[in-house]
Design a protein around this ligand. Structure first.
Ligand code: HEC
Length: 262
């Protein structure tokens, strides 16, 4: 068991209970891609702007991230490190955990290892399924993490989402057609009812750009969970090439020996 995995288990142990819980939501697939450097860079930029105010990455250093994601150190210092920290430092936040707990009811956990525990698909779907729910203290709820104590951090990008039929169950109960609350005249089926409807034009991004943004953040968290993964894959490739070359010479040598024996 390597160090990060051990830390993952210790730090996010309470999260495991959630992870095991069944999720009643049609999860969209998410395949991380460590070769996609622009995606990782964009994910990192979004993370710093929208998540790091609350969630530290305290087992990860700025410098390592800059080097792995091919970001020059001066660009990093000017555009990414808002906290006045040095490039060799860990990505911590200034917020005191006790205060944060008072504000949100639960302290925002460190996310260095969250992808190892929850998985990329979980995070991707979690970030996409915040919706308006006036009964919750922060006015939003989540399909993948019901009754979560996190606000909808990406609201300005995504825009407002609501649950499909919340406003129209009466029409259906009367035996009439169920109608989409947001698209006048459009009827919807029972199954679509529980799904989320986006109020178009309420966010800065269109649906496709938003999906990409959430993909990039998730991809970045996948990288952070095990920053050496890409190195290992590259080195693994070299090792295989080396073995092939070695095999050729071994085979030639074997042939020579055989000649001598005969
Ligand atoms: C205003 C503070 C705040 C911001 C900004 C914020 N979060 Fe959170 N987040 C929280 C809190 C508080 C929790 C704990 C919720 C709970 O346990 O109910 C949380 C929980 C999470 C979890 C679940 C962790 C777990 O395994 O239990 C993930 C993943 C997460 N946040 C990702 C993000 C990402 C990605 C962003 C940026 C797009 C972000 N958060 C922005 C406050 C925040």
């Amino acid at each position: 068991m390597n160090m990060r995995r051990l830390l993952a288990v210790l730090v996010l142990l309470p999260g495991l209970a959630w992870a095991a819980e069944e999720i009643n939501w049609p999860m969209e697939p998410m395949e991380p891609d460590l070769q996609n450097t622009p995606s990782l860079q964009n994910g990192y930029r979004l993370y710093v702007n929208y998540c790091m105010g609350c969630h530290s990455l305290k087992f990860q250093r700025y410098e390592r991230t800059a080097d792995d994601l091919l970001i020059p150190h001066d660009v990093m210092l000017e555009n990414i490190i808002f906290t006045g920290q040095k490039i060799g430092e860990q990505m911590t936040v200034a917020m005191a955990p006790e205060l944060a707990k008072n504000w949100f009811g639960a302290p925002p956990p460190d996310l260095t290892m969250v992808e190892r525990v929850r998985g990329a698909e979980w995070i991707y779907n979690y970030l996409k399924t915040f919706y308006i729910d006036p009964s919750r203290p922060l006015g939003v709820n989540n399909k993948v993490f019901p009754n979560v104590a996190m606000p909808h951090a990406l609201l300005e990008l995504q825009g407002i989402q609501r649950e499909g039929c919340k406003q129209v169950p009466k029409i259906a109960a009367n035996g009439g057609e169920m109608r989409d609350p947001l698209v006048p005249g459009k009827s919807i089926t029972e199954e679509q009812c529980g799904l989320l409807v986006l109020e178009e034009g309420t966010g800065l991004y269109d649906a496709k750009t938003f999906d990409q943004a959430v993909y990039d953040i998730t991809n970045f968290l996948h990288y952070v969970g095990d920053p050496s993964r890409a190195d290992r894959h590259r080195i693994g490739g070299f090792v295989l090439i080396f073995l092939v070359i070695l095999w050729v010479f071994t085979w030639l040598l074997g042939r020579e020996y055989n000649k001598a024996v005969r």
